[in-house]
Design a protein around this ligand. Structure first.
Ligand code: HEM
Length: 191
């Protein structure tokens, strides 16, 4: 019995079996697919922006800012939905209790009111207040692990790879929730 080993309580109530399974599902899905999409997307972004690839290699862009820009650029989780628990208003639009409101993270990450030239990949971009990991109480539990993984891939490409070449067609993931590539054949030449 899974629940027997879990002592967690939310608002004084233990999680039920469905909630525990849902959290396990979030951990498995969140921990696997999304970060991978960002890392594959990082390779494609560097291929398509040779100036940024060189900036990374020269050290003109650091790993920390590059990770945040790759997260903004790739936005693997396109949207998050919530059900309104009461009548309210968002940006002048009435929202009724029970209605579902969806935030399109990919759109917010290209908001020209917040980002200077959002359509440009700038690995030294700062500030970079993207919402790739969402916002609020359900902010991504694995954000720091994902950042470490993407940082390790970028540092590896920077330090160990002299040249990258695409050797076959990229395949997009088939999803209206996740965004990115499930395949990107590459040949890497060692530095
Ligand atoms: C680039 C990589 C990642 C992206 C883009 C991402 C994106 C997100 C987003 C947008 C949410 C909020 C969903 C919502 O508000 O409805 C979320 C939540 C979550 N993520 Fe991630 N995630 C990433 C990596 C990870 C990793 C590595 C893990 C685990 C090892 C993870 C585990 C979770 C969990 C458990 C939640 C639910 C948190 C909660 O409901 O309180 N994620 N993630």
């Amino acid at each position: 019995m899974v629940a027997g080993h879990i002592q967690l309580a939310v608002n004084g109530l233990p999680l039920d079996d469905d909630e525990i399974m849902l959290n396990c599902y979030s951990l498995i899905l969140g921990g696997d697919e999304t970060a991978r999409l960002s890392m594959v997307g990082a390779a494609l972004a560097l291929l398509e922006h040779p100036d940024q690839w060189q900036a990374l290699k020269r050290g003109d862009a650091g790993i920390d800012t590059a990770v945040e820009e790759i997260l903004r650029w790739t936005t693997p989780a396109l949207h998050s939905g919530r059900t309104a628990t009461t009548d309210t208003e968002i940006g002048g639009h009435p929202v009724r209790e029970g209605e579902i409101v969806t935030v399109w993270n990919a759109s917010a990450n290209h908001d020209e009111r917040l980002f200077d030239a959002p359509g440009e990949l700038r690995l030294d971009r700062t500030p970079n207040k993207h919402v790739t990991f969402a916002y609020g109480p359900h902010f991504c539990l694995g954000a720091y692990l994902a950042r470490a993984e993407i940082g390790a891939v970028l540092a590896g490409l920077r330090d160990l790879v002299a040249e990258m070449e695409q050797t076959g067609p990229a395949k997009p993931v088939y999803s209206n929730f996740l965004s990115g590539l499930c395949a990107l054949p590459l040949a890497l030449k060692a530095a």
